[in-house]
Design a protein around this ligand. Structure first.
Ligand code: MN
Ligand code: MN
Length: 291
């Protein structure tokens, strides 16, 4: 990998890791989701990067894709199980990392959280050029099984390319039999999710995160593209650019120019934890950029 590109990935990883620690420090009973997301995104900018995507603050049976909307008054409550998922981007080179926080440190779901951390560590331990994809999933599944929980089967890790957060490969949280091998000189994210439920998520309502279809971007002055390139953006972000943000999102969604991400959730009584790191798979070394 070109040394300059590698350095950008490493910087994005370091800022992402520090931002995740910072976000965790802000989460307490009574804190606003809005403030945690906004302050953390500002932290990423103050440290010389931009967010890879809006800070996700998904709770309890939600696995991913909730970010506060403009004017959101939702507050964290004691016992909420919060997946904080965020990333930093330097010149298009991104990090993506996540951790799970129990609001008020009730300790009720520390096993569930530990299961995802151990699964992530076990998966990272076997990484090397030419390792089979299913082997990574197998490590994750075994670690989560050992705790008596279910890995979420329809979520997983992914390849990361410049300005492209989910590219090429899907890295399962179970042995899916995929004997393709990991490509080298690439960035990937591994993200085990463990559930007290059935281990399958479905689409809920929209979570205030949107993305522009880059095949439809012809006008480089287009407001969304100009401000956020092709990365996912939050309604909150657009609200800072135009007071007509709601109308603009509705119009562009109707034209299938922009699409919204639904909240990904398990059934009501289940709880979900997640851990995630970004890793560079190089010919001669494996580097966890967000450690
Ligand atoms: Mn993530
Ligand atoms: Mn990811």
């Amino acid at each position: 990998m070109d040394l300059k590109i590698k350095e950008k990935y490493l910087l994005a990883g370091k800022i992402g890791k520090n931002a995740l620690n910072y976000a965790q420090s802000l989460i307490e009973p009574g804190a606003l989701f809005y403030d945690v997301a906004e302050k953390t995104e500002q932290y990423i900018k103050d440290n010389g990067a931009v967010p890879s995507f809006p800070v996700n603050l998904s709770i309890n049976n939600e696995a991913a894709h909730y970010t506060p909307f403009e004017g959101d008054k939702k507050k964290f409550k004691t016992g909420d199980l919060v997946k904080v998922d965020l990333g930093a981007m330097v010149d298009g080179y991104m990090s993506d990392n996540a951790t799970t926080v129990e609001v008020g440190n009730t300790g009720k779901y520390s096993d569930l959280i530990d299961a995802t951390r151990e699964a992530l560590n076990a998966a990272i331990k076997i990484l090397r050029p030419m390792v089979n994809i299913y082997r990574i999933g197998e490590e994750i599944e075994n670690a989560i099984d050992a705790y008596g929980f279910k890995p979420v089967k329809n979520l997983g890790g992914h390849g990361i390319n410049r300005y492209d957060l989910h590219s090429e490969i899907f890295i399962p949280n179970y042995n899916d039999g995929n004997d393709e091998t990991i490509k080298t000189e690439k960035a990937i994210a591994i993200e085990p999710f463990a559930s007290t439920g059935i281990g399958m998520i479905h689409n809920g309502p929209l979570g205030n995160i949107y993305i522009i279809d880059d095949t439809k971007v012809r006008d480089k002055n287009e407001m969304i593209y100009k401000n956020f390139n092709t990365i996912p953006f939050a309604e909150r972000w657009l609200a800072k650019i135009t007071p007509e943000y709601k109308k603009y999102i509705n119009k562009t969604m109707q034209n299938r120019y922009v699409s919204g991400f639904p909240i990904l959730k398990e059934h009501n009584k289940s709880m979900i934890a997640q851990s995630e790191h970004t890793i560079l798979i190089l010919n001669d070394e494996i580097i966890v950029t967000t450690k």
